[in-house]
Write a protein that binds this ligand. Sequence first.
Ligand SMILES: Cc1cc2nc3c(=O)[nH]c(=O)nc-3n(C[C@H](O)[C@H](O)[C@H](O)COP(=O)(O)OP(=O)(O)OC[C@H]3O[C@@H](n4cnc5c(N)ncnc54)[C@H](O)[C@@H]3O)c2cc1C
Length: 392
Amino acid sequence: MKPDLFEAPDYYNLDELLSAEHKLVRDTTREWVKRSVSPIIEDYAQKAEFPKQIIGGLAEIGAFGPYIPVEYGGAGLDQISYGLIMQEIERGDSGIRSTASVQSSLVMYPIWKYGNETQRKKYLPKLASGKWVGCFGLTEPDHGSNPGGMATNFKDMGDHYLLNGAKLWISNAPFAQVAIVWAKNEQGRIHGLIVERGMEGFTTPETHNKWSLRASATGELIFDDVKVPKENLLPNKSGLGAPLGCLDSARYGIAWGAIGAAMDCYDTALRYSKERIQFGKPIGQFQLQQKKLAEMITEITKAQLLAWRLGVLRNEGKATSAQISMAKRNNVEMAINIAREARQILGGMGITGEYSIMRHMMNLESVITYEGTHDIHLLITGLDITGLNGFK
Ligand SMILES: Cc1cc2nc3c(=O)[nH]c(=O)nc-3n(C[C@H](O)[C@H](O)[C@H](O)COP(=O)(O)OP(=O)(O)OC[C@H]3O[C@@H](n4cnc5c(N)ncnc54)[C@H](O)[C@@H]3O)c2cc1C
């Protein structure tokens, strides 16, 4: 792969909206990505393997629980810093950002928000330090966009719960030490359970042959009469709103992350367009290529403003789920469109692993599908503005 010469576009001087701490967090993450992700990522994506050796580095830069309080091992940062960390990691690779998102928003967040003090103290420091990696089991083979229909269930056996069912498409599953599993009790109410690797009847087969997020490990969670200790139930929230609360946090991170992937594609294409000579001129001098590049920077700038404003609202505790849906949907579509256009600017070179664009493009096919598909987020906006439920 070519050396990482990334320079971030900032067409509207967004830096002026960031604090010194935001910039420090962003620049530290950017440098770490250049040093630890860029040199190896293409190789791991080609091998379809998650680079486990970077887990310690992700923990060190505060990517595991950026906004979780310091007393539990988190970085204690605000929502803009969290977003900037996700942006910079996804600039390297969406699969690596997925691991950080899952750990922070889908594993640490529910333990912090819905768990008790014993659970927080037991799990959060281990997860923040990267000693343990976690996963989040919501999606099932027959229940994707409609997780409320889930079949995974647990029964109260007096001194423990008995968990049965299966989850599919679970990021980090093949190597995670701990899983936050959403399952229904005998009354049909959804609860979160902390399931640990090693519990009898719990297996995590890997999902192979993916053309997307190849540097992220995806798998199943299978529960065959798993005895879960009663103290492993998250006591402070139940119902579908509990997993959806985690998804709000993760989707917000994706809204920023997608900008990173888009910036990398744009920056690569811009540089290439000035160096590649055809018909005696740099291709960047042709109006057709300028149109592509001009539209890319316009869309990136709009997405940056959307993410920043959403971050401010989240810092103030005012962002709604529907606002988060809009940003996730818009920014991921923006990124995938830019990846496709940037790929064309590189001509044949665009399909090789010499450049990051094709990898981003394929990764974004998962990003536009997980954490609520593109269609589902549109339905969320539709419901919000009309008050009419278009889901069913
Ligand atoms: C690489 C990867 C990693 C993932 N990681 C995780 C994870 O860590 N944890 C986890 O729990 N899940 C994870 N997922 C699952 C992901 O969230 C689901 O794939 C997603 O929610 C869509 O579900 P589905 O694939 O079953 O598609 P379906 O729900 O079957 O949808 C198929 C199509 O139908 C459309 N559709 C569905 N319902 C409607 C409707 N009411 N109106 C209009 N159109 C509709 C959808 O938009 C989509 O286009 C991951 C997925 C991938 C690909």
